[in-house]
Design a protein around this ligand. Structure first.
Ligand SMILES: Nc1nc2c(ncn2[C@@H]2O[C@H](COP(=O)(O)OP(=O)(O)OP(=O)(O)O)[C@@H](O)[C@H]2O)c(=O)[nH]1
Ligand SMILES: [Mg+2]
Length: 424
């Protein structure tokens, strides 16, 4: 009997010991995954949607995610950007990226009917970049977003999502526009089969992207934006935070594709620009990119522009007096409605004339597609290092209809080895 009791006591002690070991192991593995608690991921906790639509936070999902050292007071020098394969951390793409976050957001203008095409874009952006950074995403629409749009996009974005309704005055004819004249233009352009030439909504869209997206209430919370359109593709892993790159290198505007604009859509844009430049010489930057825009020192426009369906840029710059004076001057001239000025040449000319050329960046490592053009970085090793899945022959950079060679020339950049093979 006594021997039996001792055995039971022994069994109980062993069971207790096993349980204690199990508890210790499970607790310490939890500590490993928990990492350092986040303090205010890109300020998301302190931000909220301010009017102009509603928003759906991702608090529940975020609370579940372990977020190491991502607060503003983290010293960036401790977390250098991994720009190339030899940089520390380049191949460390698992989990949430350490280091500071910028006050930045993705931004998409879309209709409810765009939901499945923007879903594809978001998935690409998340897989190639944002799953490690969890930046917010602002969606803007001239009509209220429906539940499906909000549900689907919120489920895909790893950061917080916000949904804004555009005020009517940012998406309508300004009072100074002569409706009859504008209608006649649309009819003429339709007859000439100019793409979107007869569309009113396309014109509102171009004017909105030119002059209003950056001053929507939801956007006022941020300093940097990354524009994403439906149906785009990203082809390479992004190993560092492009927002941080912009900030730390004092870049204000960036692009991945450039090309010539259809002159039929902007016949008097350059005249308007020259008028603005004459009235506001104080806004024209020394050492600007005039050589990208003009082949005769500014007399005529060569139609080169950065393709604005992709942009990473400074919202502070767009909200500056210089840019607002520029937009106001162009808007008064009426070309958004009397012609069909696109936001791409409007942004590009602003960046080209009002920024020193060093402040415009070409994101060669962001491989990108928007129908029908592809930016696929030149060089096999470069692409293999970044796990790119684009086809080299699709690369538009060095083709004759691209303006990227000009950008290289005016900035004295050396074209990558092998560019000739991709030039036709
Ligand atoms: N809310 C809203 N968004 C629009 C409207 N028209 C265009 N957009 C959005 O504005 C952006 C540009 O429009 P797109 O139709 O892609 O124009 P595009 O890139 O010149 O032409 P595509 O070759 O058709 O892509 C996209 O993000 C669209 O979703 C509109 O009437 N309402
Ligand atoms: Mg598009």
């Amino acid at each position: 009997m006594a021997a039996g009791s001792a055995r039971y006591v022994r069994y109980i002690l062993i069971a207790f010991f096993v349980l204690a070991v199990f508890y210790f192991v499970s607790d310490s593995s939890d500590a490993v995954t928990r990492l350092t608690p986040a303090t205010g991921n890109n300020g998301a906790d302190s931000k909220s949607a301010t009017g102009a639509g509603d928003h759906k936070g991702h608090e529940a999902a975020q609370a579940k995610t372990s977020k190491p050292k991502t607060s503003d007071n983290v010293d960036p020098k401790q977390f250098p950007l991994a720009m190339s394969p030899n940089d520390p951390g380049f191949n460390d793409l698992a989990g949430i990226a350490e280091g500071p976050r910028m006050n930045a957001t993705f931004v998409t203008l879309a209709r409810n009917g765009d939901v499945w095409e923007i879903a594809k874009s978001i998935r690409q952006v998340e897989d190639r970049f944002n799953r490690r950074y969890n930046y917010d995403w602002v969606f803007l629409n001239d009509k209220p977003f429906d539940e499906t749009f909000k549900k689907v996009t919120t489920s895909l974005v790893s950061g917080k999502t916000h949904y804004g309704l555009i005020p009517e005055e940012h998406w309508s004819f300004p009072p100074h526009i002569d409706q009859e004249k504008a209608k006649k233009v649309r009819e003429d352009m339709a007859a000439k089969k100019i793409i979107y030439g007869d569309s009113i909504s396309y014109r509102h869209m171009c004017r909105f992207e030119s002059g209003f997206f950056f001053r929507q209430k939801l956007m006022l919370n941020y300093d940097y934006y990354w524009r994403v359109e439906p149906s785009i593709k990203l082809f390479c892993d992004i190993h560092y935070d492009p927002f941080r790159f912009m900030h730390e290198n004092n870049k204000k505007y960036s692009f991945v594709l450039s090309l010539y604009e259809y002159i039929e859509t902007i016949p008097t844009l350059w005249d308007s620009v020259k008028k603005f430049a004459k009235n506001h010489p104080e806004h024209i930057a020394d050492g600007n990119s005039m050589g990208f825009l003009s082949d005769d020192g500014g007399d005529t426009y060569n139609k080169c522009h950065f393709w604005s369906n992709f942009e990473i840029g400074s919202l502070r710059w767009l909200r500056s007096k210089a840019y607002l004076d520029y937009f106001e001057s162009l808007d008064q001239d009426g070309g958004f409605f009397y012609e069909r000025w696109g936001d791409a040449p409007v942004h590009s000319i602003a960046a080209g004339l009002m920024l020193p050329k060093e402040q415009i960046h070409f994101f060669n490592d962001i491989a990108y597609f928007h129908v029908p053009f592809t930016h696929c970085p030149t060089g096999e090793k470069y692409k293999l290092d970044r796990k790119c899945h684009c086809e080299p022959k699709e690369n538009f950079d060095w083709k004759s209809y691209s303006c990227t060679s000009r950008y290289y020339e005016i900035n004295n950049l050396e074209k990558p080895e092998g560019w000739e093979a991709e030039s036709h």
